[in-house]
Design a protein around this ligand. Sequence first.
Ligand code: NOJ
Length: 560
Amino acid sequence: MKSNWWKDAVVYQIYPRSFNDSNGDGIGDLQGIIEKLNYIKKLGVDIIWLSPVYESPNDDNGYDISDYRKIMNEFGTMRDWEEMLAEIHKRDMKLMMDLVVNHTSDEHHWFQEARKSKDNPYRDYYIWRPGKEGREPNNWESVFGGSVWQYDSLTSEYYLHIFSRKQPDLNWENEKVRQEVYEMMKFWLDKGVNGFRMDVINFISKIEGLPDAPNPENKQYVSGEKFFINGPKIHDYLQELHKEVLANYEVVTVGEMPGATVEDALLYTAEDRKEVDMIFTFEHMDLDKQKDGSKWDIKPLKLTDLKENLSKWQKGLQNKGWNSLYWNNHDQPRVVSRFGNDKEYRMESAKMLATCLHMMKGTPYIYQGEEIGMTNVAFHSIDEYKDIETLNMYNEAVRINHPQQVMESIYAKGRDNARTPMQWDDSKNAGFTTGEPWLKVNPNYKEVNVETALKDPNSIFYYYQKLISLRKEHEIIVHGDFSLLYEYDEQIFSYTRTYQNEMLIVMANFSDGETLFELPNTIIYETKQLLIHNYDVREEEKIEVCILRPWEARVYKLIN
Ligand code: NOJ
């Protein structure tokens, strides 16, 4: 296998609960995935990233693991998983598993033991502290609301949980914990998995002493982020993990890293440091929230902010690290609703967004349903939502805000937007299940579904397929240097990639109106080739000056 094989690759993420249900219990499963592998292969992707399928009480849909070496009953058995892996490999694709080791479930055997007594051999697998003056050990707020500390009356101490109280944080200071994680990773690697997506991996090292966070407004709890994000030992831990495990396998790794900057990413992804191959940044996902607000305090996206940010990452990692490129995953709202126009221009804007992303330098990730332009959902009642983060926020926020206002934030940002079942066809429940789906299907499934997309040669699906095949045909898409054009324009997103004597120019209109595009006169070329476009364009049309229609995107290859 060639080293860095993942640089040419495209990844497709499956959120198993919502992908395809083969046994009618309303929950997606492994046999359901197997049924759809030909569909995924048809898109042309190389790697499947599978969100957690391990045993879990599902407080956070599998991101709370109670046994790392077992498959969740609802999803099937280890046999099903092995069959799935073999079928993926048979189709010449690879499998990236989710690695969730910042925390376990409180139902994990280690935690069950740890709770029992202060001198239990597993006690130190987690982070326990006595209370401080009758209160929690510090003032940090959990990502899902409330304190990060949960009191356990069995031993009269608190344990730390950055996410829900059913997700106690592992104590990475403890060498035994690290060894357990390495052994567990080897267990899966020896079964043949090809890589890991590492859940909030830059949270695993906490600052010594776990001090209170500054709290000028005297709130009950405040963000303790700077005490556990990119903590003091994070690079040591990742390098050790690489040395002990990854160095012995040809695998790909991507670290999910909220709060990581370009400077951090350079450290995490520089090849000679041997930590991870790429990271997921969150910066571009935070541009439509109010400064200093939470993700729920929304504001409209400014295109110039987005361009500035993406360009900073492109240039910052150029030839020194590697980017992962994404608009969507199981935690983010649907991009066509978020940054595009999911009404009059659903098809055009979905294709435009795909173009802007896939032509940048890095490894693109496609989240299930993105390839058919699935949209956000707006369920009438909060009772129809299932996500723990959404429900916790709602219960807190309705104490001070009007419920309708809170629902608006959920419509824009709630994680269930991404988790509604995959829309396969226009039959009942979108062909996802013959039973009652665990989360309601988006009512637009009659129009937006895989069957319809596969019948239409102009569909978003075939556009993604084309983008992926272009990556395989033109090395410039993988290797070319990035340069942003029209930095200050609020409608046009345009950039070039250059490689040897070639240039790629991406021209996109990020708006509902028409806009005039003028090719900078510094760009000189002999021949041009139109690689992809989402409106009819005559190949011979001049690009020195042209009108871009609403959400239009074109990519030309210019040769000198
Ligand atoms: C990030 C995952 O993507 C998200 O779904 C989960 O809730 C948290 N990490 C905690 O594991």
